[in-house]
Write a new protein. Sequence first.
Length: 202
Amino acid sequence: MQYHKRNSDHATSAWRSRVGLITFAFLASTIATAAMARKAVAGANEIGLQPGTAMVAFAPQASPVDLLIGAIDGAQSSVRLAAYAFSHKGVVTALVRARKRGLDVAVVADSTSASQRYSAVQSLANQGVATRINDRYAILHHKLAVIDAQTVWTGSANMTSAAERRNAENAILLINQPALAKHYAAEWQRLWDESTAVTSNY
């Protein structure tokens, strides 16, 4: 438990030093905007968000990947992650740490992740993290994580070093938003159910 608290405190401190912190309140104008969007986009879901806190990172000034790693290190029960390009060893290490703390950790990635020179998905499978690859689409282009069924990380950034060092990217962490997390978790589960397991090659 002390290990987890130290990680949580460290993660919070790292976020605040590296990313922007914003507090959001939703006003009546938001309702009108949502109504217009609902009419314009068939199949889109309107989700009521709770007042709370979000953290944002814009690369290369701040690292979207560090924002994700901090969220994983602060997780208390579960991590669900979906990725396109996935080769960041820091994310792999954070996921393995979470599993070793006894968390329920699972990853689904685009099938091309399995054929990269460094395969993050194979590394995770070798270390006991439940991992699957998806080849049902031209690409699985999601970059998302659901933490503790409460918090969502998403944005443009892939889980690669280029995404934090060389590209113009963004990511947002929406904290304690269970209604939003429920929708992201459902999409993750849909992808997981149609994907193929990666087995350890040890």
